[in-house]
Design a protein around this ligand. Structure first.
Ligand code: ATP
Ligand code: MG
Length: 286
């Protein structure tokens, strides 16, 4: 068995691995999530989209055991579970890459991959084994990292994202949640991260992709789940929906100014390098 995620289980592709029903979460008077349902299937990329404050990160935190729900039901592989801590999530097979990545700039790639989960040999860190597993993992992901002994400070934003995603795979998860993995990236780096997402899907994982960029979502997702004001705001299969309909679901109105503007722009081919402008009308709100 290699250092990467679960062996592909083609027969299992499409199986619902995680299912949330009627999730509620309040912060004082703020109802961050109200009666939310959400499903993740193996071998599928599900995009979780919504405007700022829609509840996306809150939902991910519920699943990641960082901020458990007030009530609602969570089924993992068909069994009811509670996810009170990040440890529980990890043990179940749920990995999360939060937006800030939490990498250590002064450590090299191997050091970051194994930070807190070092391989020991006779009580000492087994550098040779960790380097071997790092190389194997990055090779399997076809990641373009110059050397596993490069300090992370010297890597591009896209390469850093790849390192963070790779680290999340060491625990052999079945589901990986990525919170805005392309938010700070240029066009080429975004493409690299989206390629990586596709490779994870090929390996049979379920991937939750949070993104403000609908171009990315339409490029890689199979299914789109919209959150609006903390509630389910629509669910679509990519290929059966237009970008403008998703924008309308996000904003809650087909005829409002933002939706119209986004719909107009969706029909114009952007100039090279303008991908970042394709944000869903929130105009750099991140
Ligand atoms: N720790 C917290 N304390 C109080 N309110 C919170 C907390 N975390 C989130 N909220 C509130 O819950 C709501 C949902 O926030 P959340 O961060 O989940 O939105 P989001 O969809 O991730 O938005 P963004 O796109 O801006 O990241 C917002 O109204 C937010 O202000
Ligand atoms: Mg968020």
């Amino acid at each position: 068995m290699t250092a990467t995620a679960q062996e592909p289980s083609r027969a299992a592709a499409g199986t619902t691995v995680l299912s949330l029903r009627g999730i509620n979460k309040r912060f004082g008077a703020v109802r961050a999530l109200t009666d939310v349902d959400f499903e993740v299937r193996l071998g599928e990329v599900v995009a979780l989209v919504g405007d700022n404050g829609a509840g996306k990160s809150t939902l991910v935190k519920v699943i990641a055991g960082v901020g458990p729900a007030d009530d609602g039901e969570i089924l993992w592989e068909g069994r009811p579970v509670t996810i009170p801590t990040p440890h529980t999530a990890q043990d179940l097979g749920l990995a999360t890459v939060f937006q800030d990545l939490a990498l250590c700039d002064n450590l090299d790639v191997v050091g970051n991959l194994f930070l807190g989960q070092e391989t020991l040999r006779a009580g000492l860190m087994d550098e040779v084994e960790m380097e071997r597993r790092s190389l194997e993992l990055l090779r399997q992901l076809a990641a373009k990292i110059p050397s596993v002994r490069t300090r992370v400070a010297g890597l591009s934003g896209g390469q850093r994202q790849v390192v963070a995603i790779s680290r999340s795979l060491l625990g052999r998860p079945k589901v990986v949640m990525l919170d805005e993995p392309t938010a700070a990236l240029g066009v080429a780096q975004t493409a690299e991260v989206l390629n990586l997402v596709e490779r994870l899907r090929e390996q049979g994982l379920g991937i939750v992709l949070i993104s403000h960029n609908l171009a990315d979502v339409f490029a890689v997702a199979d299914r789109i789940v919209v959150l609006r004001l903390g509630r389910n705001g629509g669910e679509y299969r990519v290929g059966e929906v237009d970008q403008e309909d998703v924008v309308a679901a996000i904003t809650g109105a087909k005829d409002n100014v933002v939706a119209e503007r986004a719909a107009r722009r969706a029909h114009v081919t952007p100039p090279a390098g303008a991908a970042a402008d394709q944000e869903m009308g929130t105009e750099g709100a991140r």
